[in-house]
Design a protein around this ligand. Structure first.
Ligand code: ACM
Ligand code: ZN
Length: 768
């Protein structure tokens, strides 16, 4: 220890003039890296060599040649070799399963004379190539020759292998179809981030998008809808574009995509939805449904009640025929059969379905759904395939060998793992990249929710409650892009990146290596790579994140090197608006606008927040049941000074079939005249108004007396609306304010979700 000081003093002058080793900024973070001094420079004489006869490694080596060519113009071709070590100025791939134990792992050693990549498989070589790509200047991703770039990379050692075997991204082509070129790009980008599964959601109510030769009407009818909803689902009056929408992939195109994916070590997981999300198929072959007629391909979103009839044999014949055609197209081990969101209304009324329930000794319609999935599993097993389904396949009994995709939370994954089944985690809270990623008021239309890059990054796929043995059943994670509102390749890029970068790190990097601080430090460099690749990624990373507590507003940005400028008078911030340096007092309700700047240029979007300053803002409260899901990360959602909005459910405080009953401590006896609150009425989304709102006061927090109550008239209105309730409490002095909003309870007929518990959404208890 004592030696450190003099040694440091001696080294300082030396280090000051030596080349400082660069910090590697690789996404996903590798297992271990060591940076050394010096660089390797790629030039027109650099060669690439792979072990002769090793086809998979050759594939990765040729891929490297292919990706460096466009930007460098170097005429690279990988060549087979029997040599045991790298020649000078060579990128040398070595296959050594003794040295590299993990199948997808690699050891990358970059030195000034050459690069050695040691792998156990072609996949490992491919991932080493992706790391090399990130060690090079970002311009390496450009599609055309880049002049005056030194193609250097720091000398270093990277030891790496994935944490999870399943690292996936889903693309829904049922709601909106994307051309084969976009699908290939989607695969290129996910593979660039070391992900290895492309979940292709091929059929849904709004379109059947894969050619099945035995059923030509799937092409003629099911691939078409007559028009498409405009605007957000639930908006009234509904509007449609009047434009027919017809698209499907031929089997030749599917083969082309699967081959393309294979060259990038990506397995395609096809999804054929059953028994729900089947309306497009029923439109072509109505005998597959319970009623047998009257179906048309859906033109709007949501969950449709028309599903396959599980009573007749026809559906099973159809599904078997479909499997017979798709199995040869997809060499991967899995076929996904959906299984989600299958309303049981039609089955309850159908004599065939009821007969089936009786004959098979099933308890109810949930067991009938389970019966369908079990038969699908048996069919797939005959074709040598395994079944995956969404977590609803747990209801009514899990099929013997099914793998569960846990989406409605993590509970499905937990239940599957505890039952000894494999699971893939993709909870809406962290993996639904169709959600907003920043303030919805400044974002293009999305389905709802709020899933920021930071939140996506926070996700830990192994639930605490699992034992190490159970945890082995969590095969990995997946991000999902549902495309109700995603119509163009550009917008697809925007919603996928950079959130998929966060997912890639969750899927690949060791848990102990994950750090939001490190990750966000790498983002600017990674953005340069994505920009060179012409990815239309979202830049919400540079947006301002607001917080409001105890009358103080703070405005922060993920990148601390940028300037935050703001106004409090409603005007747009400019490059000379006040510079934010520390939290500031807001003494009255104000519109705060803020944006980030570098060198006089605005970076992110302008944030607008309408802060309410009132007697309860920033004050703590308790509730008999505190919600966890809709708090939006804020401990005091009801008193945080921000109203819940109409575009996202974040900011609202919500509970299912429970009263919302905050007791707010004002801190001291305070004169109050009025309590105002808001609720969301959005029956399409199972969110119903409260039956009544009552205000109570108390000086000791124990004995309360009512000071005002309003009953709320229940309407049939299904348009989403935010309603305001004001309860006057003139000349009241109190320390504690309690508000009770009573739940609707169970959703009444004929609203969506009837008989299920209704959500109650309340926000901001404004005390004046
Ligand atoms: C799903 O989001 N319905 C799986
Ligand atoms: Zn039926």
């Amino acid at each position: 220890m004592r030696l450190i000081l003099p040694l440091t003093l001696v080294l300082i002058p030396f280090l000051a003039c030596a080349q400082k080793p660069a910090k590697l900024q690789i996404i996903p973070e590798p297992v271990a890296t060591t940076v050394k001094s010096g660089v390797f420079t790629l030039n027109s004489a650099t060669s690439i060599a792979y072990p002769t006869g090793q086809k998979d490694v050759e594939l990765a080596a040729q891929y490297l040649a292919g990706i460096v060519q466009p930007a460098t113009g170097f005429p690279m071709v990988a060549k087979g070799t029997t040599a045991k070590a790298a020649a000078k100025n060579q990128i040398f791939f070595e296959l050594n399963t003794k040295k590299i134990k993990q199948k997808e792992g690699y050891l990358l050693e970059v030195g000034s004379n050459g690069i050695t990549v040691t792998v156990a498989s072609g996949a490992g070589a491919f991932y080493a190539v992706q790391t090399i790509r990130q060690l090079l200047p970002p311009e390496i991703n450009a599609p055309t020759i880049q002049q005056s770039i030194n193609w250097t990379m720091p000398n270093c050692t990277v030891e790496d292998f994935p944490r999870f075997q399943y690292r996936g991204l889903l693309l829904d082509v049922g709601r909106h179809w994307f051309p084969v070129s976009s699908i290939k790009r989607y695969i290129d980008l996910l593979a660039m981030h070391k992900m290895n599964r492309f979940h292709w959601h091929l059929t849904d109510d709004q379109g059947w998008r894969i050619e099945i030769k035995k059923y030509p009407k799937l092409q003629q009818v099911s691939s078409c809808r007559v028009q498409t909803l405009v605007g957000h689902y639930g908006e009234q009056p509904e509007q449609y574009d009047g434009i027919p929408y017809c698209h499907y992939y031929t089997q030749a195109e599917v083969k082309e995509v699967v081959e393309y994916a294979k060259k990038r070590f990506v397995t395609v997981v096809p999804e054929i939805e059953m028994p729900g999300h089947a309306l497009a198929a029923l439109a072509a072959y109505p005998y597959l449904g319970c009623e047998g007629s009257g179906y048309s391909t859906a033109t709007t979103w949501g969950v449709h009640e028309e599903v396959y009839c599980a009573g007749k044999e026809d559906m099973f014949t159809f599904i078997n025929d479909v499997f017979a055609e798709i199995v040869p197209l997809f060499p991967g081990e899995y076929v996904h059969v959906g299984g989600d969101e299958c309303p049981k209304d039609r089955w309850k009324e159908c004599s065939n379905c009821q007969k089936r329930i009786k004959k098979e000794g099933l308890k109810d319609e949930h067991e009938l759904q389970s019966y369908v999935i079990k038969r699908a599993e048996q069919m797939l097993a005959k074709y040598g395939k395994k079944l995956i389904g969404w977590d609803e396949i747990l209801e009514g009994g899990l099929s013997p060998n099914a793998t569960v995709m846990s989406w409605r939370g993590i509970e499905g994954g937990i239940a599957a793992a505890k039952a000894g089944h494999d699971a893939i985690m993709t909870p809406t809270s962290h993996c639904y990249f169709d959600y907003y990623q920043s303030d919805p008021n400044s974002e293009p239309l999305a389905i709802g929710g709020l899933l920021t890059l930071e939140k996506a990054y926070e996700y830990e796929p192994i639930p605490d409650v699992l034992t190490p043995t159970e945890a082995k059943h969590i095969l990995g994670v997946q991000g999902n892009i549902w495309t109700e509102y995603i119509k163009s390749p550009d917008y697809l890029d925007y919603m996928t990146y950079p959130r998929a970068c966060a997912l890639a790190e969750i899927a690949w990097s060791p848990a102990e290596k994950r750090s939001w601080d490190t990750f966000k430090g790498k983002i600017p460099a990674h953005f340069e790579r994505l920009a060179a690749y012409k990815v239309n990624f979202a830049k919400s990373f540079y947006d301002v994140t607001p917080a409001f507590s105890e009358g103080l507003v703070s405005l922060t940005c993920n990148d601390p090197s940028v300037q935050v400028r703001y106004t409090t008078d409603g005007s747009a911030p400019t490059n000379v608006s006040p510079l934010y340096t520390q939290p500031f007092v807001l003494s009255k309700s104000s519109v705060v606008k803020a944006s980030t700047w570098r060198g006089g240029t605005a970076l992110g979007k302008t944030l607008t927040v309408n802060y309410l300053v009132h007697k309860a803002s920033g004050k703590a409260y308790t509730m008999s049941k505190a919600p966890t899901k809709f708090l939006g990360g804020d401990t005091y959602g009801l008193t945080n000074g921000i109203l819940g909005g109409s575009k996202t459910w974040d900011g609202w405080v919500g509970l299912v079939n429970r009263d919302i009953d905050p007791v707010i401590d004002l801190g001291a006896v305070t004169a109050i005249n009025r309590v105002t609150t808001h609720y969301l009425d959005n029956k399409q989304s199972w969110i119903h108004p409260p039956r009544s709102i009552e205000v109570f006061v108390s000086d000791d927090g124990k004995n309360f007396r009512s000071v005002g109550k309003k009953a709320i008239e229940y309407s049939d209105n299904t348009a989403a609306e935010i309603k305001t309730i004001v309860i006057s409490t003139p000349n009241t002095k109190t320390r504690f304010v309690k508000l009770v909003a009573t739940t609707t309870g169970v959703i009444p007929e004929p609203f969506p979700g009837a008989k299920e518990g209704a959500w109650l959404f309340l926000d901001e208890v404004i005390v004046d």
